[in-house]
Design a protein around this ligand. Structure first.
Ligand SMILES: NC(=O)c1ccc[n+]([C@@H]2O[C@H](COP(=O)([O-])OP(=O)(O)OC[C@H]3O[C@@H](n4cnc5c(N)ncnc54)[C@H](OP(=O)(O)O)[C@@H]3O)[C@@H](O)[C@H]2O)c1
Length: 261
């Protein structure tokens, strides 16, 4: 299933700096919510953005909306939980399957009543499939190019509910909490495999906090754009600080601050 929309000619506003011009940002879960806002901000900074979602209509609407805002945007539909769907996606994307920035935001919440002993096998597979397998498929397909080029940014959108500290794994919503705890582990592990930024690829997890999206609900305290702010910051930061020191990576961030896993 494909939805493909692209601006024929990009017309950057020359008075506005575009630090990501020439860069490609791929955002899973970019068709809605926090992922869409991250894609929009990265596009506003000049990146070509590839938004991935499951529903072709929503992907198309998201890409149209980005293009209408002057962003070079491509929308593609795929099931992140399905290995062959993701393989097909990468084949369709061609060179866009080797992005400079990967934001893994696709996610689903588990049923409210999903304490461990009340969770069906189907519910477990559904949530772990999207939140964990989906992140793995995105990493295995879209990060190798960064590793080869020794340049890239990977941001996984985690959740406070996956932490072993603070409001983390304290019971209930078992598939969701465990998927995010595992996502944290996968992020930390990949960061270590890529030598904690020494090979030019920064890999980090972040928690957007409770945001007004379809998942977060209308009463959440933050907007989706506020939730996306740290994603964009992680995606655009330099690998060395102004003192020439390598920046910290392989960590969990919230509001640009490191928080315990
Ligand atoms: N909102 C919050 O308060 C909050 C708090 C902490 C963490 N988070 C995390 O932030 C991330 C984004 O959440 P959100 O609130 O923006 O969620 P959302 O508004 O519900 O959007 C979910 C996104 O994931 C995509 N998606 C779901 N299943 C997919 C699949 N199988 N294949 C491809 N794409 C799929 C959806 O695509 P379709 O449109 O096609 O369904 C949509 O783009 C999630 O990982 C979530 O766990 C959110």
């Amino acid at each position: 299933m494909i939805s493909f929309i692209r601006k024929a000619v990009r017309m950057p506003n020359s008075s506005v700096p575009e630090p990501l011009a020439g860069r490609v940002a791929l955002v899973t879960g970019g068709s809605r919510g926090i992922g869409f806002e991250a894609a929009r901000e990265l596009g506003m900074l000049g990146a070509t953005v590839v938004v991935i979602g499951m529903d072709p209509g929503r992907v198309s609407a998201a890409a149209h909306s980005l293009v209408a805002q002057g962003i070079d945007a491509v929308g593609e539909s795929a099931d992140v939980a399905d290995a062959s769907s993701m393989d097909d996606l990468a084949a369709r994307l061609g060179s866009l399957a080797s992005p400079d920035i990967l934001v893994i935001s696709a996610g689903v919440m588990s049923d409210k009543a999903s304490k461990t002993l009340r969770t069906s096998a189907e519910e477990w597979d559904r949530v772990l499939g999207v939140n964990l397998d989906g992140a793995f498929h995105a990493m295995r397909l879209f990060v190798p190019g960064m590793a080869e080029r020794r340049d890239g940014r990977v941001i996984t959108v985690s959740a406070c509910l996956g932490r072993f500290s603070g409001p983390g794994t304290s019971g209930g919503l078992a598939p969701y909490r465990v998927s995010k705890a595992a996502l944290n582990a996968m992020t930390k592990n990949l960061a270590a495999e890529l030598m904690h930024g020494k090979r030019g690829v920064l890999v980090d997890a972040m928690c957007p906090n409770h945001c007004r999206t379809d998942m977060g609900g209308p009463q959440a305290p933050r907007s989706a754009a506020e939730g996306a702010e740290t994603i964009v910051w992680l995606a655009t930061r330099e690998s060395v600080n102004p003192n020439g020191m390598a920046v910290e990576t392989g960590l969990l961030w919230e509001d640009r601050q490191v928080v315990p896993w």
